[in-house]
Ligand binder design. Sequence first.
Ligand SMILES: Nc1ncnc2c1ncn2[C@@H]1O[C@H](COP(=O)(O)OP(=O)(O)OP(=O)(O)O)[C@@H](O)[C@H]1O
Length: 218
Amino acid sequence: MSILEADSIRYNINGRQLLSDIYLKLETGKVTALVGRNGEGKTTLFKIIYGVLHTEDRSVRVDGKYPGPQLYKVPGVLGFLPQKTFTPKHLKVKNLFSIYNLNMSDCFADFPELAKCVNASFGSLSGGETRLFEIYFIVKSPFQFVILDEPFTLISPIFIERLKAFLTKEKANKGILLSDHLIHDVMDVCDDLYLLNMGVLKKTTIQEIKISYLRISE
Ligand SMILES: Nc1ncnc2c1ncn2[C@@H]1O[C@H](COP(=O)(O)OP(=O)(O)OP(=O)(O)O)[C@@H](O)[C@H]1O
């Protein structure tokens, strides 16, 4: 098992303390979820952990060692799915599988509805198809950990169900950190759950989220 710990993270934006003294732990074999309302700083925290956004106060350890501030430069440790698409539109889907060195049949076994896209150029796909392929490429790439920023958003219900099954299977090989506003889908797949509220990150439970965040009383 491997552990990634993000510790002592603070970040100020326009004089406002967006993140204060954050501690977050990821483990391989688990899906860890981060929930919080719009603008709470979830994406900002992801970018800081990944190393593309600088802050003076940041400590990220992988198995107790410090790989350096730009984790994205360290091979095989951490992959990141941003909210916006990042794949060049002119590339054909089948060529992307070659670039990522991934097997198309494996992908279409998990997502049969995507098989029809194999000869299409990436730019001609629907928003949901685009998103699923990018999630697939990041999750299947040889990283110990992956961060998925809003993987369920923009995806149709059938694809969400397939994606949840896929993530539940793939966590056997890696640690997955995700955030999404589709809280019920998040709760279906997560093993560990954190709530980001007013700059403070707190480990929580599904029960607590239902009561305090979704206002569902049972
Ligand atoms: N480059 C920037 N310049 C100024 N403000 C920014 C910048 N990037 C983010 N912010 C602000 O920082 C806050 C946190 O943004 P962030 O995108 O991290 O939130 P989030 O929790 O991911 O939100 P959402 O759930 O809507 O995606 C927001 O108030 C946002 O407007």
